[in-house]
Ligand binder design. Structure first.
Ligand code: ADP
Ligand code: MG
Length: 229
């Protein structure tokens, strides 16, 4: 479902070119549960942002669901992202002035033309799935970090994306909450056959995934599949 070939990303800082991703190629199949691991600064977020259509590589090609992403305009990319991809940010990125319900509704209004009633049904169902139905009218400052992460997950999933990226989704959570969030994502992956790619070195996540891709200094150094049987 995703194929990336020879991705390179170079940042220019002053007179110096910083090569952050170096000739990185990978392909991802549907309903894989993947962890992208590597030391801090190795390029995990940069990779995730490029694969998640938030940022463009300096060179190389990305194809998602038979659509070539590289070469698209910013608007085309945003549209494609809205229809196909869910992104869960480490710092949640919820909109402070909107309620829990409205935060989840937001991507639907932006992207899809759903009748109001169907929209409401979908939001309430997902709120229930992530255990936040009774908190739906609160604003982000009235809920805990774990609850914010649940809302961020629901917001990423409301458009029914088949491909979900999560950048250090448990970094700001205590251990117990982190396990709950991981269980929730695993359950969603099994029920919806969706694909999850995590950028994380959190052992709690790494021990549950079925594929671990290791990045060091912007290069892919290992790619192994794990059997949990
Ligand atoms: P990770 O997520 O693995 O910690 P990142 O992808 O955030 O790594 O960063 C990889 C490298 O790229 C780091 O050295 C970082 O300082 C650099 N970097 C990230 N974003 C930028 C940017 N916008 N401009 C310049 N350098 C950047
Ligand atoms: Mg990062």
């Amino acid at each position: 479902m995703l194929n990336a070939q020879h991705l390179c990303k170079t940042y220019r800082s002053g007179e110096v070119d910083l090569e952050v991703i170096k000739d990185f190629s990978l392909s991802i199949e549907q309903s894989e549960f993947i962890s992208l691991v590597g030391p801090s600064g190795s390029g995990k977020s940069t990779m995730l942002n490029m694969l998640g259509c938030l940022d463009t590589p300096t060179s190389g090609e990305i194809i998602i669901n038979n659509t070539k992403i590289t070469g698209m305009s910013k608007t085309q990319m945003a549209h494609f992202r809205g229809e196909n991809i869910g992104f869960i940010f480490q710092s949640f990125n919820l909109i402070p002035v909107l309620s829990v319900y409205e935060n989840i509704e937001y991507p639907l209004i932006m992207i899809q033309n759903l009748p109001e009633q169907e929209r409401e049904e979908r939001i309430l169902k997902l709120l229930d799935e992530v255990g936040m139905l009774d908190q739906k009218d609160k604003t982000p400052d009235q809920i805990s970090g774990g609850q914010m992460q649940r809302v961020a997950i629901a917001r990423a999933l409301i458009t029914n994306p088949k491909l979900i990226f999560a950048d250090e989704p448990t970094a700001n959570l205590d251990t117990k909450t982190a396990y709950k969030i991981i269980d929730l994502m695993k359950k969603i992956q099994m029920e919806h056959q969706s694909t999850f790619v995590f950028a994380t070195h959190d052992e709690k996540i790494v021990s549950t995934v079925d594929r671990i891709i290791t990045i060091v200094d912007g290069e892919l150094v290992d790619d192994k599949r794990i059997s949990h049987e």
